[in-house]
Design a protein around this ligand. Sequence first.
Ligand SMILES: NC(=O)c1ccc[n+]([C@@H]2O[C@H](COP(=O)([O-])OP(=O)(O)OC[C@H]3O[C@@H](n4cnc5c(N)ncnc54)[C@H](OP(=O)(O)O)[C@@H]3O)[C@@H](O)[C@H]2O)c1
Length: 332
Amino acid sequence: MQSRYFTINDYPKGTPSRDLFELHSRELPPLGDGEVRIRNTWLSVDPYMRGRMSGVTTYIDPFELNAPLEGAAVGEVTASRDARFAEGDKVRHMGGWRDIAQLPGDMLEPLPGIEVPEQAYLGVLGMPGMTAWTGLNRIAEMRDGDNVLVSAAGGAVGSLAVQLAKAKGGKVVGIAGAADKLEWLEQHGITAVNYRGRSADELSQALKEACPEGFDVYYENVGGDCLEAALNNLKVGARIAVCGMIARYNAEAPQPGPSNLAMILIRRAKMQGFIVFDHWDEYSRFLDEVGPQVAKGEIDYQETVESGLESAPDAFLKLFEGANHGKMLVKL
Ligand SMILES: NC(=O)c1ccc[n+]([C@@H]2O[C@H](COP(=O)([O-])OP(=O)(O)OC[C@H]3O[C@@H](n4cnc5c(N)ncnc54)[C@H](OP(=O)(O)O)[C@@H]3O)[C@@H](O)[C@H]2O)c1
């Protein structure tokens, strides 16, 4: 049985080029005791993978050069030497960036039983959805009636964050770039603010016009000018959940911090970063709460789907161009 998989051949500086990614094929060894073979059906590409391409250990190790890349995937078991998994089972695991994965059974989890398309477990009911829920509820401690600002609001994390925030009854403002995302936000009762072509001061002014009374919560996905503009628009006692800073992931040199960090002091605000995996013990609570709403169609989730294993690098690189609406996925 052949497995086709992607590797990277270098740790890039700046925006990675398509040439970084190499597609290989190899014969898989016979299934060892406790191992499971999976035919992947959906692969996830996520912004955090850029950090793993930097060669530096952060909260997670870097990808190994010239070794199969890793990432979340959903697939079907085709052979198993682990009594917990049988042929035909649907599972989620980290053996993505490849078509056939062969992993110890301990590295697999059965898909939860909520009636949603299986790829939803990589998006709205997977790591990105859990991230949105965790950042709002556990980190920002969002309360009923809070005014909430979300950056990268049309993406996988942001598009659930704005809907969860909206359900709490306050004013919700979403920052996004692509026109279809701005339109989608407005259709869902979210005030959409375009960051493209605006300086930090101009963005700050646009946020003031969108929500003159200021924000109780800022859900930070972007950093840079978005953070600077958000800091100018906090209410006293605001909470900032720092989820990501995608504007900096491809930076070639250290970037200056926001010039107005003193607003944290002036507005007596709290700012806390978090990594979703530290909160995974709450995943079943998240599923109980959000899963039924997704299954009933009360939460709208978008997907951008690229087809075929070969498209995985392009799908990944498009995250940094804003080409995805909602979760970026690769369908095999
Ligand atoms: N802390 C955690 O545990 C955790 C877990 C998951 C994700 N995250 C972080 O959460 C953020 C969102 O992740 P996601 O998976 O939902 O990705 P995503 O929002 O679906 O995709 C990335 C989006 O970011 C926007 N973007 C890209 N470059 C930008 C820039 N320079 N300035 C402003 N916006 C830019 C683009 O949308 P536009 O059209 O709006 O430009 C793009 O579509 C990322 O920062 C990610 O690293 C953190």
